[in-house]
Design a protein around this ligand. Structure first.
Ligand code: HSE
Length: 308
């Protein structure tokens, strides 16, 4: 595969995975984006990072965007290139808002943008490669497709393949609020808090709520509170984010369809009034200034690639 272009820009959204009961399966894209610009050069790697994560992410071959770019070029059978990458990141890192999935999807789309034939790295290939990086598709799929997404993996001809579909949305289903603490929690740590096995009753409970959530989102948003109940992962992760889970309990007791966003420690309220939620946060948390509360609309569009 030939490289035909040398400058590519990509915009990729934040995502919130799980949505309560849909552990590793449901997710949605949020209107909070990272902007990336790539110039393919004759050699070397230069990364100029601005915004979230600047100063803490690697700036060479280890940068996640660069690793994903390289993987994408290899997949397409294209030669490797030198990299001058500029990132303007708005997605906070380590907060459960899909920053690493966004970086992975962005790197793969930057690779696509360089190719003479973008079909060599189509959406299905990007989903497979991003899922292999992440271990699960529930952030990568909405980052790629936009909107609310159900993703899963299935065995196909002896290999695991990720699949994803957009969910229908009632026009009043979502008015998302993101509650963002100053603290971070690494996904691998949060996953380490989960038990190996779950009681049959809890699995059945979550299956009913995940199915109900698909219905509530499409048809009847009045069911969102019940439909976002979870018994499989949020309480189990409380030791890693005690304040987030306490806030989750109070918000839900007061009738707000709140969930832990991804592996946490941020929260997502699917339909919420900012002033009301801010009042509850002031009641629960020790240091109100440590939490930011923002209305962040659903983003209908997935990641976008522009070739100059
Ligand atoms: N479903 C994943 C988890 C999302 O909760 O661990 C984190 O990326």
């Amino acid at each position: 595969m030939r490289i035909e272009h040398s400058r590519v820009r990509v915009q990729v959204p934040a995502t919130s995975a799980n949505l309560g009961p849909g552990f590793d399966a449901l997710g949605l894209a949020l209107d909070l984006v990272d902007d990336l610009e790539l110039e393919a050069t004759t050699g070397g790697v230069e990364v100029l990072a601005e915004g979230e994560g600047a100063g803490s992410v690697p700036t060479g071959e280890e940068h996640l965007v660069v690793r994903a770019l390289r993987r994408g070029l290899d997949h397409a059978g294209a030669p490797q290139v030198g990299v001058r990458l500029r990132t303007r990141n708005r997605i906070p890192h380590g907060r459960g808002l899909g920053s690493s999935a966004a970086a992975t999807v962005a790197g793969l789309l930057l690779a696509r943008g360089l190719l003479a034939d973008p079909a060599a790295l189509d959406d299905d290939a990007v989903l497979q490669l991003a899922t292999a990086f992440e271990g699960h598709p529930d952030n990568a799929a909405p980052a790629l497709l936009g909107g609310a997404v159900l993703s899963w993996t299935e065995a196909s001809r002896g290999e695991e393949r990720a699949r994803a579909v957009n969910l229908a949305l009632h026009r009043e289903a979502l008015r998302p609020l993101v509650l963002l603490p100053r603290t971070t929690l690494a996904t691998h740590q949060a996953r380490g808090l989960l038990p190996e096995e779950v009681p049959h009753g809890d699995a059945a409970f979550n299956a009913s709520r995940a199915a109900l959530l698909v219905h509530a989102l499409a048809t009847d948003p009045s069911l969102l509170l019940t439909a976002t109940e979870d018994r499989l992962h949020q309480e189990q992760r409380a030791p890693g984010m005690p304040e987030s889970v306490e806030l989750l309990r109070v918000l839900r007791q007061e009738g707000h369809p709140a969930v832990i966003s991804g592996a946490g420690p941020s929260l997502l309220v699917l339909r919420g009034d900012r002033a009301e939620v801010a009042q509850l946060v002031r009641r629960v948390v020790a240091e109100t200034a440590a939490w930011r509360i923002a209305a962040v609309p659903l983003r209908e569009d997935g990641a976008r690639c522009v070739v100059d």
